[in-house]
Each structure stands twice: as structure tokens, then as C-alpha cells.
Design a protein around this ligand. Structure first.
Ligand SMILES: [Zn+2]
Length: 457
């Protein structure tokens, strides 16, 4: 993957310069004062989070921070409300960040979420701080960030398990580990939930990734030093895109530090029903679990888990965002349609859990349908559009109708079904589109242009 570190804002250098300036008056401070036990906020200033925070946020703090970004930078930020309230009725919120964020411009997408596990507070903090960093950097005219946000869109949901966060515990309010509840390969383990996708929190992420064409999906966790990618089970064998997955994960791991590994999740420890497995095999977006943790023997504090790792985290997330913006990592559908028409791409397919003992006494997988659907309204005057999408070729997963068949190397040839529609949903033209990574498929929408103008003279 391309390295463009040299063009990144030299945040650390600036911070060090500021710290040096601040340190000057300290020379004059009497020794007795200078040797007082200094609160962690002294180090906090030196490291410097984008928010300036020195302690963990409450839920109200997260919501206030997201609302403030939306209110202060409507050109850069818009709210995202996930469709399913949590078990205890709480709303799960996020924000979308890009230059000209209100436009329907088909940019590639990076989805970044925190707090699948409600007691892993640093994962929410790092995710929120990066969002603030992006917005404030772009608002301040930072060229590196602005150029990236000209080319890509970022969707951030800092707390996906809001009930767990409020209670300070790993599980949701049904005592389910939502990162064991995703349907693909699911097993009825004690924390897996009553059924695949039983949790509204899990369905929120299903919805998000089913509608966003995410090129990169990062789910942030603590506390291991590792960046994980699919699959979750050794029996599944390597993912078809193992080269790309490992390249991204290892680049990110190297940024966090020498103690960090990049490896398939199955080689860390085997699980089932995690977000990254379904996400990759359904969408082919590069899906990673990033786990940060202080070195062994270092106390786990706000200082060591948030402040001390933030500079590396931002660098890591810029790598993820650059990858999402890299045309080699997504497919493009382009063409010329009528201004005002709605383009929609869909595909629906069955996926399977692991085999397990069913109520009827048989041992077999349960099937579920994944439907991917995204839309784009043509808003350029000349009707031209360029839409970054996931490839239409879907990796064949190990989990099949009749059990686990690992070490798959192939892809399903399932075209995107593109429809060109009136704003009221009337379909004027349907075109199947096959398009692979790094390719552009140009669709001919003459029929839609003609019909659209007849319907709307
Ligand atoms: Zn976790």
C-alpha cells in the first residue's frame, strides 16, 4: 500500500514545539512546586488530544461532541442515526465526515466504529478523537486532510453498544456479546445471543455496512496489541483477499508499535459471529479489528490507553482512510443519467451460520439473507456520475448450506442490479453490472434519460 507519511501534517513536531514553548516559564518555577506530583493532565497537554480532553467521556459528552461538530461544520459533518434503538431503547448515533458532506457524490467510504464491547472505553475515545481531528483539521485548512476528504467519506460511530457502555460492561442489555452475534458462521454459544442477528445493536452495523459500500471497515477494541482480519476459524482457511487484508493490517500494526501483530483472527483465538467475518464475506470491504493496549506491565489508565496512543492511532486511521481512497481498493460504476434520477444498486444472497443442534434435533446451519442496497441521486448538471462501490464479485465463504467447506478460493459472480429511477421510486431502466477491484464499469442509461424526460417534461 502507498505510503504518504511525508505529506501528513506533522502534528507531533508541532506539539513538541508547543510543549517546548510552554516549558520555558517552568524554568522559573520554584523547585518545590516543580517537583509536586503532577497530575496526568501535564502529560495530557504534551500529547494533546484534538478535543483537549483529559478524562473519559460520558454518553452525554459523546452526543454533545457529535452535535457540536454537526452544528459548527455543516459543510463537513452530518449526523447518522442508526435505525434500531438498543434493547433498553437508547439511540445509537454517529457522524459522516467529508468535504461537501451533503452532496451525493459517490466517494469511497471508510466506516470506523468503537465500543462493540461496552467496557472497552479507549476504543470509543480514540474513535471520537479521530473524528474531531478530521473535522478540525479540515476546517483549519489542513491540505493533507482536505485532499483526503475530497476523495473519501468517513462514517464514525464511536459507541455501537450504548447500553453496555452506560453500564460499563462488555455485553448488551440482553447479556449478549454483540461481537458474537453476527450471523455468518454464528454458533449458539452462551454469549452469542438467542439467534443470529438477535441484537438490535448488531443489526445496526448490518444496516450500516449493507447500505454504505464501505471500502474499509475498522472496529476498534482493547486490550491486545493486534490488528486482526478474517477469518475467525482456522477451518475456514485464508480469505480470498488475504494479501490486501494483511497489507492493511500489518501497515497499521507497524504504526502502533513493535509489539503489535497483524494476523487472521483465527490465529489469535478462534471465535464465531464477529463483525469482520460477515462484513468481509458479504461486502468484500477490507474489514479489520484493531485492538490497542499498553505494553505488558504498564498500568491501564486514560493516560496510557488514550493519550499515549493517540498519535499512533491517528496515523493508523489515516492509513485506513488512504486505503479507502485508493482506486485499487474499490470498483467504480460511472455513466451519464438524467439529473435528479435516483440510481440504486442491490444484491441479495443467502449466508449461513455454522452447523449446530436445531430444535428439530438435526444439526445443520441456519440461513439468513443479506441484502446490500445503496443509492445515489444524480445531482450534477450534465448528469455525469462516478460511484465508488464494492466489487460485484463476492468471496465464497466457508459457511455453506450443508456445513463448513473451508479453503475456498473463488468468488460468486453476482452482478450489482442497477436501477435508474424517478425520485418516487418508479424504475425506468435496470442494468446488471459486473465490476471488479480497480475496474470501472460504464453503464449506458440512454433509456432512463429518455423515459425520465418523458415522465418529467
Ligand atoms: Zn473487544
Amino acid at each position: 500500500m502507498r505510503r504518504t507519511d511525508h505529506s501528513r501534517p506533522r502534528r507531533r513536531t508541532l506539539v513538541l514545539a508547543a510543549a517546548a514553548v510552554l516549558a520555558v516559564p517552568a524554568v522559573a518555577v520554584p523547585a518545590a512546586v516543580a517537583t509536586e506530583p503532577s497530575p496526568s493532565s501535564a502529560d495530557a497537554e504534551a500529547a494533546g488530544l484534538p478535543s483537549g480532553n483529559t478524562a473519559y467521556r460520558t454518553l452525554a459528552d459523546y452526543e454533545a461532541d457529535m452535535a457540536a461538530l454537526v452544528a459548527e461544520h455543516p459543510d463537513l459533518v452530518k449526523p447518522v442515526t442508526l435505525p434500531y434503538p438498543t434493547t433498553s431503547g437508547r439511540t445509537v448515533r454517529g457522524i459522516e465526515i467529508s468535504t461537501n458532506v451533503q452532496a451525493d457524490d459517490g466517494k469511497p467510504v471508510f466506516v470506523d466504529v468503537g465500543m462493540h464491547h461496552g467496557n472497552e472505553f479507549p476504543s470509543g475515545e480514540l474513535t471520537m478523537e479521530y473524528a474531531i481531528d478530521l473535522v478540525e483539521s479540515a476546517a483549519a485548512g489542513d491540505r493533507y486532510v482536505t485532499r483526503l476528504l475530497d476523495r473519501a467519506r468517513v462514517v464514525v460511530v464511536p459507541i455501537v453498544n450504548v447500553d453496555g457502555f452506560v453500564r460499563g460492561r462488555r455485553q448488551t442489555d440482553t447479556n449478549t456479546d454483540m461481537n458474537r452475534n453476527y450471523g455468518m458462521g454464528w454458533l449458539p454459544i452462551s454469549t452469542g445471543g438467542a439467534a443470529p442477528w438477535s441484537e438490535p445493536e448488531t443489526r445496526n452495523i448490518e444496516w450500516l455496512l449493507s447500505t454504505r459500500q464501505a471500502v474499509v471497515f475498522n472496529t476498534q477494541h482493547t486490550c491486545i496489541q493486534v490488528v486482526l482480519y478474517p477469518p475467525l476459524q482456522l477451518a475456514a482457511g485464508p480469505a480470498q483477499d488475504v494479501g490486501r487484508l494483511h497489507a492493511l493490517a500489518s501497515e497499521i500494526a507497524a504504526i502502533y508499535g513493535p509489539g503489535y501483530d497483524a494476523l487472521p483472527s483465527a490465529e489469535d483465538y478462534e471465535t464465531t459471529g464477529e463483525a469482520i467475518d460477515w462484513a468481509y464475506y458479504a461486502t468484500r470491504g477490507l474489514s479489520i479489528t484493531t485492538e490497542t493496549c499498553p505494553d505488558s506491565g504498564v498500568a491501564r489508565t486514560y493516560q496510557t490507553q488514550v493519550l499515549d496512543v493517540y498519535d499512533e492511532h491517528r496515523e493508523a486511521m489515516f492509513t485506513a482512510l488512504e486505503t479507502a481512497a485508493d482506486p485499487g481498493q474499490y470498483a467504480v460504476i460511472d455513466g451519464k443519467g438524467p439529473k435528479g434520477a435516483v440510481l440504486r444498486i442491490t444484491k441479495a444472497f443467502d449466508m449461513y451460520t455454522s452447523p449446530y443442534l436445531q430444535p428439530d434435533g438435526s444439526t445443520r446451519p441456519t440461513s439468513f439473507t443479506t441484502t446490500l442496497e445503496s443509492d445515489l441521486t444524480i445531482d450534477s448538471r450534465n448528469g455525469k456520475f462516478e460511484w465508488a462501490v464494492n466489487p460485484s464479485y463476492r468471496p465464497i465463504p466457508a459457511y455453506q448450506e450443508d456445513g463448513v467447506h473451508g479453503f475456498q478460493t473463488g468468488f460468486y459472480e453476482e452482478p450489482w442490479i442497477l436501477t435508474c429511477e424517478l425520485p418516487d421510486g418508479t424504475v425506468l431502466q435496470t442494468v446488471p453490472v459486473n465490476v471488479n477491484l480497480g475496474e470501472t464499469a460504464t453503464v449506458d442509461l440512454k433509456e432512463c434519460r429518455r423515459e425520465f424526460h418523458q415522465a418529467r417534461p
